[in-house]
Ligand binder design. Structure first.
Ligand SMILES: [Zn+2]
Ligand SMILES: [Zn+2]
Length: 304
């Protein structure tokens, strides 16, 4: 496969449309893109991590460990490590950044938010909540655009933490505050809005309010269908909605939604988010339609 940048052979696909060498991809990533502007899919996470690793080493060799540019690259790499499931490495990187980066303050704050995100995902909710509870008042005092956005991000994660801990009043207060702030901002990033809506849906779900959870997932999907260009992200949100529909007892709608989403995801062969979601989705659909054994051996559940 020939590389988009140097046109030499030996490149690998990083998205549905373009192949790069890791080295060339690193150069390309410096522009700060996090997804392909042509096919609108997320870059292959493993190749992206390899490229960012290269970039981080290069920056460190040139400017030194303590330089803010090196730290920014290390932070970017840590987030990517967490995305590819290497959470132990990610946590180590983030903890090192937190202990050594009083300056610049944005690196310190973002590292803490990202560490809390991982801990929360690992169900270590107390330590995650402690980090965020300590960070929030500091973020409010900084009064810059980045600190405001990080503040909303921290509230979203903390809200999710609280709802899984059963602290529903606190969770509701935080999550509604975030969604309201986004709604009052004409330039709000709709991907962030969708993330909060999904967190709110999770909150309703933990309170066993499945109808409201389902409605909230539906709004999230509608926003995505209006704004999103990456088919995988729309399909992944539809899977969440289908799961909520099952909890509401609306199995036939859920089956249709599973089938359409799986058919979209299986076409996204170079999108690791899509391919990673397929096995579970297929199993869940299989449990819903219970195909006969003969059919099950020959056909995928979405084609039954
Ligand atoms: Zn190349
Ligand atoms: Zn592409």
């Amino acid at each position: 496969m020939s590389c988009v940048i140097c046109l030499e052979d030996g490149a690998g696909f990083v998205c549905e449309c373009s192949a790069f060498h890791v080295n060339c991809f690193a150069t390309f990533l410096v522009r700060g893109d996090d997804e392909c502007q042509i096919c609108h899919s997320c870059f292959d996470r493993r190749l992206k991590a390899a490229a960012l690793d290269l970039l981080s080493t290069r920056t460190s060799n040139l400017f030194g460990e303590a330089n803010p540019r090196t730290k920014a690259r290390q932070l970017e790499l840590a987030v990517e490590f967490s995305d590819i499931g290497q959470t132990e490495v990610a946590k180590l990187c983030l903890r090192r950044l937190i202990s050594t980066s009083a300056e610049p303050e944005w690196i310190l704050a973002v590292s803490q938010v990202e560490l809390a995100r991982i801990l929360c995902r690992e169900r270590q909710r107390m330590p995650a909540a402690l980090i965020l509870e300590e960070l929030l008042p500091k973020l409010v005092c900084i009064k810059k655009r980045w600190s405001w956005l990080e503040h909303l991000e921290a509230c979203t994660i903390l809200g999710g933490c609280y709802s899984s801990m059963g602290r529903f009043v606190d969770a509701e207060k935080l999550l509604l505050f975030v969604i309201e702030s986004h709604m009052n901002n004409p330039n709000a990033c709709w991907r962030r809005v969708v993330k909060v809506m999904q967190e709110i849906a999770g909150f309703y779900s933990s309170r066993y309010d499945f109808v409201l959870a389902c409605e909230t997932h539906r709004v999230a999907v509608r926003i995505l269908e209006a704004e999103e260009q990456d088919p995988s992200r729309i399909a992944l949100a539809n899977l969440e909605l289908a799961r909520a529909e099952i909890r509401c007892g609306d199995t036939s709608a859920a089956i249709d939604r599973f089938i359409t989403s799986i058919r979209t995801l299986r076409k996204r062969k170079h999108d690791t988010w899509a391919t990673d979601a397929l096995p579970n989705a297929r199993e869940e659909l299989g449990n819903l339609i219970k195909p006969t054994k003969r059919l099950r051996v020959k056909t995928l559940p979405e084609d039954c």
